[in-house]
Ligand binder design. Structure first.
Ligand code: HEC
Ligand code: HEC
Length: 349
């Protein structure tokens, strides 16, 4: 189906209308009453995050929740996971590691429109960041993995990413005496599928990136400039917050791309554009994606699952048009961009 065909279809308008109403209701709900989902996320995090350093300051009551570096993760597992994350033996021909597509020095993605896997094979969708991924309620753009443990076998077995299988990977890892020793010490067992996944997931759980905005949320007034604060107010007032919210400033809802105006493309739609529809097969899930995190967004161009926006301003503009039905004035675009830049992890700058 091409873009025009889709727009012509009357059902798409019905979905758009239902979507628009749902967004308005959720915007009001989130902004004024705060969603119960966030409350449960907040309770969850208390077990991972340590005591609040800024307890003397009063935490603000905002629909975005502050994050802090987790303190009670197992350091040995994190270090083992870090080594595996950079280990090319997880790929078929020892050429690609997780870090090839999730460069931790560059926002946790690869900066490409589509990733390049083993044998220079091109992927089907833009690589998201791995930073803060442990906060997301599902993994992947279409949410097909429930959590990081479910997600990890994906790239290892995907023929256009690492193109390997567990038998091959485990044979290589078990042939490395030092690595086997590390696994024996931590897991009392040589490398197997479960403990490799567990070490990688432990490392990913450590990739939490507190920003200046988090310090502001925790009550530090001077952490944000006036311009950034104005940008945040606009982000709330325009309703971006209805979808990009919670600890991840995203990552806790599914939403349609093209709520008010149907998502268009210059080229024919591809399977990856159908999003959640590929998982559920339900027509109403066509073009529905996990709302992506906006943390570290200035570092992760190009934007959207199809990498259709090169710059952050262009992406914000598109969100105004497709999700909110408004053409944002240039000064508001700039202001929101300034706010979004305050979401970059302080350690990543
Ligand atoms: C060849 C490039 C490539 C490699 C190698 C790769 N990834 Fe990814 N990663 C991607 C792409 C592309 C996606 C998005 C796929 C999708 O949503 O369908 C993704 C998605 C993810 C996500 C989900 C994030 C989110 O927002 O939902 C996590 C977490 C992740 N990768 C971690 C890893 C780990 C751990 C490894 C190593 C075992 C790895 N990746 C290897 C390209 C890669
Ligand atoms: C109705 C829900 C909704 C609203 C409202 C919304 N967004 Fe989004 N946003 C999404 C979804 C869904 C995506 C992913 C779309 C895709 O890639 O297919 C997204 C993607 C983005 C991206 C690109 C992220 C990336 O990693 O590529 C940015 C930037 C963004 N939104 C900013 C904003 C801003 C700023 C506003 C307000 C002007 C806003 N959004 C309003 C749901 C929403």
């Amino acid at each position: 189906m091409d873009a025009r065909g889709y727009i012509r279809s009357s059902t798409s308008w019905a979905f758009a209308a239902i979507g628009a109403i749902a967004i308005m209701i959720s915007a009001i709900y989130v902004v004024y009453f705060r969603s119960p989902l966030q409350k449960s996320v907040a309770i969850d995090s208390s077990s991972i995050y340590g005591a609040d350093e800024n307890l003397s300051l009063e935490r603000r009551n905002e629909p975005i929740l502050p994050i802090q570096k987790p303190i009670n993760l197992d350091k040995e597992k994190i270090e083992l996971g870090r080594a595996l994350f950079h280990d090319t033996r997880l790929s078929k021909d020892d050429t690609v590691s997780c870090a090839s597509c999730h460069d931790l020095d560059n926002g946790g993605d690869d900066g490409l429109k589509r990733s390049i896997g083993v044998e220079n094979k091109e992927g089907e969708i833009n690589a998201p960041t791995v930073y803060n991924s442990s906060l997301f309620f599902r993994q992947f753009w279409d949410g097909r993995a429930q959590n990081l443990h479910d997600q990890i076998p994906g790239p290892i077995e995907n023929p256009i990413e690492m193109g390997s299988d567990w038998k091959e990977v485990l044979a290589k890892l078990n042939a490395d005496g030092d690595l086997v020793k590390s696994f024996m010490k931590i897991y009392k067992s040589p490398p197997n599928k479960d403990n490799v996944i567990d070490a990688l997931a432990s490392f990913e759980a450590s990739l939490i990136t507190p920003s200046r905005f988090d310090r502001w949320l925790l009550g530090e007034d001077s952490a944000l400039s006036e311009a950034e604060l104005d940008g945040y107010r606009l982000f709330v007032q325009y309703g971006c917050i209805a979808c990009h919210q919670g600890e991840g400033v995203g990552g806790n809802l599914f939403q349609r791309f093209g709520v008010i105006r149907a998502y268009e493309k210059n080229s024919p739609f591809e399977k990856a554009d159908f999003g959640r529809f590929n998982v559920t097969g339900r027509e109403e899930d066509r073009f529905v994606f996990k709302v992506p995190t906006l943390r570290n967004i200035e570092l992760t161009a190009p934007y959207f699952h199809d990498a259709s926006s090169e710059t952050l301003k262009e992406a914000i503009n598109k969100m105004g048009i497709y999700q909110l039905g408004i053409s944002l004035p240039p000064e508001d675009l700039e202001s929101i961009r300034q706010f979004l830049r305050a979401l970059t992890g302080e350690e990543l700058q």
